[in-house]
Design a protein around this ligand. Structure first.
Ligand code: AVI
Length: 367
């Protein structure tokens, strides 16, 4: 049964937004068949490949994961402190009010698994509310971020086992680290705050939540923070703030390409733009060419028309119903949800769907 509650400073979560094509998307290896083309190589994500491919598309686009180099991560932290960027603030307020009820659902001795790391304030809020949590497993691709985000935890939470997992959670399909804990522990609680789910396309989000469900097993609890806002008057300033921090965050990608791939982007020849795509219900970030120009990347020329853009990020804004539908496709049912007083942000608490509890499908007979 769904329960909706309305409640009414923040710290960021370091996101690992999706890559559009992953090695794990390819079918598992099979014995070679002589007349078939070779199986695609299982390659690690590559900045050069994604940039060269993305700039060759008819609608130029680069996966948002590459926005987060060291400087990009710093700028994102600054974004989360901005007046205009309500998601982190609203989510923290919700968690302050609902953590005790989440703790009740989790029960004692839970194991907290966080997708991404760095949202230390929100993590601490949750850990402090839980009844004797047994272990905390933050999963992040950056060893350095993991180390920083867990640094103070053992002194704050005596008896908590902290097991950082260096991995890209968007590709995760098993979590062998859980076996290290033995069988004597409470519920597994997956914590996925920050609306990072919105940086995945709906199909990618279903894939991710499905894989997480398989990795954590049948008695888990999943807590997801998701932005529900649809009003462009709120969204556009949140993604195009008056101090230009989000613009600097977006343009930093061009600096990164210049530095790491020997390109010659002029940072004044492109401008940041945030657009609300009402049909897709998402905010898009673009880098728009101020005039016709040619840019060289890795020795390869790319032509830009005036006004042509590189699409650098999508942030999907899921209504409550849409999110519930998406979660159901991934095998999760709603247990509870909370929203802030402005109805801009939702914290969803989900449990694995139990086949026995599902209503039976009606047969359809065409006459
Ligand atoms: C990380 N992610 C949830 C942020 C968002 O709101 O989509 C990234 C961001 N991009 C610009 N501002 C914030």
């Amino acid at each position: 049964m769904n329960k909706v509650s309305v409640v009414g400073a923040q710290t960021p979560m370091r996101p690992q937004p999706p890559r559009h094509r992953r090695a794990s998307d390819f079918p598992p290896a099979r014995p070679p068949e002589p007349l078939q083309p070779p199986a695609p190589a299982r390659t690690a994500p590559s900045f050069e490949r994604d940039v060269m491919l993305g700039l060759s598309l008819p609608h130029k686009a680069i996966p948002s994961t590459w926005l987060y180099d060291h400087r990009g991560s710093e700028l994102f932290e600054q974004i989360t402190q901005l007046d205009e960027y309500y998601p982190s603030r609203n989510e923290t307020r919700i968690l302050e009010r609902c953590a005790a009820q989440i703790a009740e659902a989790a029960g004692p001795h839970s194991v907290v698994i966080e997708l991404g790391s760095g949202s230390s304030r929100k993590t601490r809020l949750l850990l402090a509310a839980l009844d004797a949590p047994q272990a905390y497993l933050p999963i992040d691709i950056s060893e350095q971020f993991l180390a920083e985000s867990v640094a103070g935890l053992p002194s704050l939470f005596a008896g908590l086992r902290v097991l950082p997992v260096v991995a890209d959670f968007s590709r995760l399909d098993s979590l062998p680290e859980l076996a290290l804990l033995g069988g004597d522990h409470g519920r597994r609680v997956v914590f996925f705050p920050g609306s990072t789910i919105g940086n995945f396309t709906p199909d990618e989000a279903v894939g991710l939540l499905t894989r997480i469900g398989l990795a954590v097993g049948p008695d888990a609890l999943l807590i997801v923070g998701a932005d529900t806002t649809q009003d462009p008057a709120v969204l556009i300033p949140a993604y195009d703030d008056r101090d230009g921090v989000t613009a600097a965050f977006n343009l930093n990608l061009l600096e990164r390409i210049n530095r790491e791939l020997g390109a010659d982007f002029s940072l004044t020849a492109f401008r940041h733009e945030a657009r609300f795509n009402a049909e897709q219900q998402r905010v898009e970030m673009h880098l728009v060419s101020n005039y016709t120009q040619r840019v060289t990347v890795c020795g390869h020329p790319f032509q830009f028309a005036m006004g042509e853009s590189i699409h650098t990020e999508s942030a999907y804004k899921h209504s409550l119903l849409k999110f519930q539908h998406l979660a159901a496709r991934a095998g999760w049912s709603h247990r509870q949800l909370w929203m802030d007083g402005q109805s801009r942000f939702a914290v969803h608490v989900l449990e694995p769907s139990r086949p026995a509890a599902r209503p039976r499908e009606r047969n359809v007979i065409f006459r």
